[in-house]
Design a protein around this ligand. Sequence first.
Ligand code: PMP
Length: 414
Amino acid sequence: MSQQNVGALEVERIRDQFPILEREVNGQRVVYLDNAATTQTPDAVVDAMSDYYRNYNSNVHRGIHHLSQEASIAYEDAHDRVAEFINADGREEVVFTKNTTEAENLVAYSWGLNELGPGDRIVLTEMEHHASLVTWQQIGKRTGADVEYVRVTDEGRLDMDHARELITDDTAMVSAVHVSNTLGTVNPVSELVEIAHDHDALAFIDGAQAVPNRPVDVKAIDADFYAFSGHKMAGPTGIGVLYGKEHLLEEMEPYLYGGDMITKVTFEDATWNELPWKFEAGTPQIAEAVGLRAAVDWLEEIGMDRIRAHEEELARYAYEQLAAEGDVEIYGPEPGPDRGGLVSFNLEGVHAHDLASIMNDHAVAIRAGDHCTQPLHDKLGVAASARASFYVYNTEAEIDALVEAIDDARQLFS
Ligand code: PMP
């Protein structure tokens, strides 16, 4: 086990950029394994946001004055940088939202409410996060479109034969998670998108757990829409991204009305601003956009391939340690290229919340609950699970701390 250089990453050098990782909780150094919920923020991102507030804080797009121009350029540049990061055609295809959830809702309201009706089908998967599942379910109820779910196999993968059965010419939208936040499964999203397109359906991919830790190329995936959140990729809270193909975003109605998203307003009517501003009503997340841009720079400096390799290695190590315990049930596929950097599990006879609480006594931060995938947990036959999720700064020693805490929990409850 190497703490210095797991998967060719200089983890200690990276950790130095996260003062929060030095914090003590219950008298011990915190072991932060809740990265699928929110990742920690490196100094580079905090500094970029602090520089904005200290030196050029101002509203964007309206100002003639110098500070507003600087803020506008930084805000617009952030769109360009994100577009480049995911290989979109340009800023027209990158809408800043509050988070992944808002990106889902934007498309569901703007496209879904206007385009769907009785006889149409929305195809989701059984491993969708509530951000997509609840949103499309409600749009289905409001429009009369029916909602179907691609089955998850016992191994925690999508049943692609079932996907081919469900996605028919009646299907208007396929919305699928790229990497499951509960099972860790990396789904064959290009294949799903291709099936959707073969039936003239659109495809929305939820990339909240993919963009933070693997190279994502929206053109290669050919998704019509793709969403992710800043706070899960070393960036700030309060900002997310909706990628959409330009011609689709052009055709769609705005989701929010107000200032900045218009070109001409009269007492009778209004016309819409060009993309992406048409979908960014009101004063946007300027500092957060600056922070997100810094996060993208920071991630790319390390290299997304290396981040993926590091996480896969940690997930494999965690899986093997937990599997060796005997009384730990692990959900999702075995380690491999279609498993991301998280492991959900249950310790026999101990509720996940109790386990998380004992972990906290050891300063190990994990998530316990349904991880916003209640129907999937119903299918797994459990109310809750514990989830350890890794990022670029985690080490194998931290996974050892997790396993020690599990041993402690077992003794306490036996
Ligand atoms: N989708 C997935 C797969 C997620 O893991 C999450 C966050 N848990 C979301 C969507 C929602 O992200 P946010 O809370 O940032 O909107």
